[in-house]
Design a protein around this ligand. Structure first.
Ligand code: GLY
Length: 303
């Protein structure tokens, strides 16, 4: 029995174009399951990093200086092994670098220039991760700022409403024969101060996997870090809550503790049960159970 769930982030469009890439990612994850759970989670996230539609890899938002800095992580629930990169630049697949950190270094998290250098010395080719749509959005926002014009922006992605495409972090949870894994990748928040790191590479905050359950979160990273939301979901499932109940309770707690914090959560547990909840306008996901895509699964929207 296997389950692959991928999400495309809060506020990301749920239109067919986006849903098709999410489905392709879930299928890629399932196709890699034979190689292992980490392969499945990594392959699913790689599809989303390649797409300019999502805020990860090639579609990443730009920071204050017009550069892309990305965070990514991957966690094996069975072994508890974790690998992550933060504020990495110029690589197409931060999630694959995170996996290399997990498997081939004595560390769990590499950041900044050190992370980029590590990737390049391990054979990753330098790439320009700035997609034309994001460059245009950044230039418009910068021009408005130069003219002293303020602009309303999304409180979680930081993107202005005229952005080419509202989008957010991506993530994946995988269940297979009682074992679990999770992975996540992001460009972080638009116009962030260079060096800012969100919840995606912080275990227990934006991601967690244990023998008990696998969780991937998205939304306002600072709120997920301060509330250790992924760890909270794990503790609820350990107490016996269904993953759906746990996701909803964790979203409610996030809203109580950080007013206005927006987010979304996907969870799978060791019994092959799953859940998803969010409090944003949209939170597209794709779910694959036993190799078959499920069209009926819709994350629960909380007010
Ligand atoms: N949730 C992604 C970030 O805040 O960086």
């Amino acid at each position: 029995m296997s389950i692959v769930i991928v999400h495309g982030g809060v506020e990301t469009s749920s239109s067919l174009q986006f849903r098709e890439v999410l489905r392709a990612a879930a299928l890629a994850g399932h196709g890699a399951l034979e190689a292992g759970l980490l392969d499945a989670a990594e392959e699913a996230v790689k599809i989303l990093e390649e797409s300019p539609l999502f805020n990860a890899g090639y579609g990443s938002v730009l920071n204050r200086d017009g550069d892309v800095e990305m965070d990514a992580s991957i966690m094996d629930g069975t072994t508890g092994k974790f690998g992550a990169v933060a504020a990495i630049r110029s690589v197409s697949h931060p999630v694959s670098v995170a996996r290399l950190v997990l498997e081939e270094t004595p560390h769990v998290l590499l950041a900044g220039q050190g992370a980029t250098d590590f990737a390049l010395t391990r054979g990753f080719l330098p790439v320009d991760s700035r997609s034309p749509g994001m460059v245009e959005t950044w230039q418009r926002a910068r021009d408005r700022a130069k003219q002293g014009l303020s602009q309303e922006t999304s409180p979680f992605t930081g993107l202005p409403p005229d952005s080419a495409k509202p989008c957010d972090t991506v993530g994946c949870v995988v269940f297979h024969d009682g074992r679990l894994a999770a992975a996540s990748s992001t460009g972080g928040s638009f116009m962030k101060i260079p060096g800012r790191v969100g919840d995606t590479p912080i275990p227990g905050a934006g991601i967690f996997a244990s023998p008990n359950c696998a969780t991937a979160c998205t939304g306002l990273g600072e709120a997920f870090i301060e509330t250790l939301t992924a760890n909270y979901v794990d503790s609820l499932v350990k107490k016996g809550l269904h993953p759906q109940e746990a996701a909803e309770k964790a979203m409610a707690r996030l809203g109580e503790r950080r007013a206005g914090a927006v987010g979304g959560i996907i969870v799978a547990d060791h019994q092959g049960r799953f859940g998803a909840a969010h409090n944003s306008r949209s939170f597209p996901v794709a779910l694959l159970v036993k190799g078959g895509l499920s069209e009926s699964f819709i994350p629960r929207k909380l007010n």
